[in-house]
Ligand binder design. Sequence first.
Ligand SMILES: [Zn+2]
Ligand SMILES: [Zn+2]
Length: 106
Amino acid sequence: MNHPAIPQYRAPFSLCLACRHFENHPKELAVDVEGTSTREADALCGRHRALMTEGVCVLCGNRWPWVRLHAKSGIGACRPCYIERFGEEATLEVEARWEAIERAGG
Ligand SMILES: [Zn+2]
Ligand SMILES: [Zn+2]
């Protein structure tokens, strides 16, 4: 029997979300490799999961997150870590976008 593939929230054996977004070195598997959990923390590897649970930057664990993966995400990185990964220009672009949103909203 040939069943159509069931669409999944995440692909099986998914990599840690934070590793995928922020890390350059070898990426680690998420705690929930099957992608069955709906908790965001389970989409992270052990190291990133621990830091996210504490609410700090998932990269250094020393500062509060400056940017998050998306509006409702608990996964965040501080500004210095973001600059380190994506460069100063990308960081300023993010800030310019936020300012534009604030101006439009206020
Ligand atoms: Zn990770
Ligand atoms: Zn950091």
